[in-house]
Design a binder for this molecule. Structure first.
Ligand code: PMP
Length: 395
């Protein structure tokens, strides 16, 4: 079973690319490229502010994209805010929800978070006197669910770690957050590429993710929040299209989601993301998950057999996404990636925007293979061929 045939970049003439960097940016299938091309060639115009036929078609296509994304998350379209990406979405939440907090209130994140889910909260702390607490991680790179301080107002955690691949125990976090009356934000950047997300079943309050990691264009992302929160939160950016009215004295914001979408939104990106979500929703995720996990198992088993390799993350396949980061006898991850590239293997090396996590493991960086639904055994074969050379050259 493979879906590789749907991805033109992976099928271009020439030697195979073993694309194992989907955690950074996933490739885009024909169906998404076609949707974007159709919009650009048939209905390109700005949304909302025109009555001519192209403007109407663009507005309709943009609204349809919101519906498609909402369906992928099992939520209402009015609760979907299009942003510039996952980073944009978390910054929106930090600014806007942050204004509802008081000095002395607390926010809990964890040591494994991507900087996108740390720095906006540090910035909020500097602005408003809230305190940021860090939940610890265990030796396998999983968040340890601890008793939260009664002052905690928000728990903001990665649904899936972009370094360890650990899947968060959402039920445990939500139960503990509820106990102290805190809201829960999930950073779903590494989760949405691996199948539809049932947000109501998770019981969280905010969900953020990026289009480009979910087989859609760059420059678009999503913040989902419960309607009651979107109503209570003030706008973040001001500008056109986010107002009900403006006078020389002030303004009245529009209702959500428009309230949070100042200026021209990422229209064609959103249309691409809608198409991606609609396509992903048609796939057999039980089969894809089994396929992704089998390949992850091959990576883990093969890495374990290499002298000098340490995998940073869960050693087994339970509650694990197909993201595998490792250290090879302290060889520099960039050197490893360069040698792997000669074998056609695309990996990422460095701290992966997760410096606190790497500090915890006493490493400056790791080398990461991150898989998606188009990966095949041949990619894993190339990975191990490249790794054998990297080991020979660098250790
Ligand atoms: N959170 C996680 C877990 C991520 O992996 C990433 C991207 N590496 C982000 C947030 C930020 O996403 P973006 O750069 O698309 O805004």
């Amino acid at each position: 079973m493979t879906l590789r045939r749907h991805f033109p970049l992976l099928n271009r003439p020439g030697p195979r690319i073993a694309y194992l960097d989907s955690g950074a940016t996933a490739q885009t299938p024909d169906i998404v490229l076609d949707a974007v091309r159709k919009f650009e060639t048939h209905s390109r115009a700005n949304v909302k502010r025109g009555v001519h036929r192209l403007a109407e078609a663009a507005t309709e296509a943009y609204a349809k994209a919101r519906e498609q994304v909402a369906a992928y998350l099992s939520v209402s379209a009015d609760e979907i805010v299009f942003t510039s990406g996952c980073t944009g979405a978390i910054n929106l939440a930090a600014h806007s929800f942050g204004t509802l907090l008081k000095p002395g209130d607390e926010i809990a994140v964890s040591e494994l978070e991507h900087h996108s889910n740390i720095v906006p909260w540090h910035m909020l702390a500097t602005r408003s006197g809230v305190k940021v607490n860090f939940l610890p991680i265990d030796g396998e790179g999983r968040v340890v669910v601890q008793t939260l301080s009664p002052r905690t107002k928000l728990v903001a955690l990665a649904h899936v770690s972009n370094v360890t691949g650990a899947v968060l125990d959402v039920a445990a976090i939500v139960a503990e957050a509820k106990r102290v009356g805190a809201r829960v934000l999930l950073d779903g950047a590494q989760r949405t590429p691996h199948g539809p997300v049932d947000i109501p079943a998770l019981g969280v309050d905010f969900y953020a993710f990026s289009g480009h990691k979910t087989f859609a264009p760059h420059g678009v992302g999503v913040l989902w929040a419960k309607a009651e929160l979107l109503d209570a939160m003030p706008p973040f950016l001001g500008g056109g299209e986010m107002i009900a009215s403006v006078t020389t004295q002030g303004f009245t914001p529009a209702k959500a989601p428009a309230k949070f979408e100042a200026g021209t939104p990422p229209i064609s990106g959103a249309i691409g993301l809608g198409a991606a979500c609609a396509w992903l929703a048609t796939l057999d995720w039980a089969a894809i998950a089994a396929h992704e996990l089998r390949l992850t198992g091959r990576l883990l088993d093969g890495l374990r057999a290499v002298d000098g390799v340490t995998v940073i993350g869960p050693q087994g396949l339970q509650c694990r996404a197909p993201v595998v980061s490792f250290d090879l006898a302290d060889a520099h991850p960039h050197d490893i990636c360069q040698i792997m590239d000669r074998h056609g293997v695309a990996l990422r090396g460095g701290h992966h925007c997760a410096q606190p996590l790497h500090a915890k493991f006493d490493l400056a960086g790791t080398t990461r293979a991150s898989l998606a639904l188009y990966c095949e055994d041949a990619d894993i074969d190339l990975f191990f061929a490249g790794l054998a050379e990297a080991k020979r050259v660098l250790t």
